[in-house]
Design a protein around this ligand. Sequence first.
Ligand SMILES: Nc1ncnc2c1ncn2[C@@H]1O[C@H](COP(=O)(O)OP(=O)(O)OP(=O)(O)O)[C@@H](O)[C@H]1O
Ligand SMILES: [Mg+2]
Length: 291
Amino acid sequence: MTPDLLEEGERRAKVYRERKLTGRTYSGGRAAGFGRPATAGEVDVTHGRILYLEDVSVSFDGFKAIDKLSLDIAPGELRCIIGPNGAGKTTMMDIITGKTRPDTGTVFFGSTIDLLRYTEPEIAQMGIGRKFQKPTVFERLTVFENLELALKTDKGVRPSMFFRLDTGQSDRLAEVLHTIHLAESVSRFAGTLSHGQKQWLEIGMLLMQDPKLLLLDEPVAGMTDEETVRTAELFLQLKGKHSLMVVEHDMSFIQSISEIVTVLSEGSVLAQGTLEQVQNDERVIEVYLGR
Ligand SMILES: Nc1ncnc2c1ncn2[C@@H]1O[C@H](COP(=O)(O)OP(=O)(O)OP(=O)(O)O)[C@@H](O)[C@H]1O
Ligand SMILES: [Mg+2]
């Protein structure tokens, strides 16, 4: 980790501690609702990191897809990940979400949750939401029904056939609808939406579960230019409230959202910095951006 990153982590940790204190003073605890910072809840981010990978490796039939990968993300950060095909970007997400077990290494959510000890559903439940490249919405349900379905329900207590949204849930649904630009399409069947709108709906479904960390794999692939611009706006709106890790090949999209960009190559971090810094890095030009 570079000194400026350490400094930034410290700064964010301080902001977090102050927020927490403010919360205690004025509201007596955790602020409820969609707008609360992603840092609240059970994930301990007092060390300024919501996700922490160290020396992670995984091989498939002797091929090292991930090779001593170390990377960390601050709470509320929007981290962009770029790199050539086969660099291990998707595999990294598979490891974070418990889909793939690494051979060696450490993966922590906050400073206390060892993700390697949990299953894929448990990790999702803890607040790590993942968006795969292909939209997976329920085409024969309306936009509203898709979002409603995505709500965390208290299954043991409330049988789903009697499930009704409480005020907080209705408010959240309305807020998410607005955020994903689908308020006007609430009664439409998801199958009739454009590709971009389906992608937003799926992001909305993730947001209904109030994830602390969102992993988005090539979210703008196949979108029109206009949809891509709106997605950039959406992500900028989400950062701060949530932590985001975005993998993309679309450099103009990366340009419009990026703070820190991490370049993966051959399963580990090749370079990291602002987009301008990594774009001017000879090694990055060599393996990815071309001359
Ligand atoms: N389950 C698996 N079994 C065997 N090989 C795998 C498996 N998952 C990934 N790989 C291999 O690991 C390497 C990294 O793949 P990965 O999909 O993570 O790359 P990527 O950076 O996401 O690439 P792209 O930009 O094309 O999506 C590739 O060579 C891939 O073939
Ligand atoms: Mg991939």
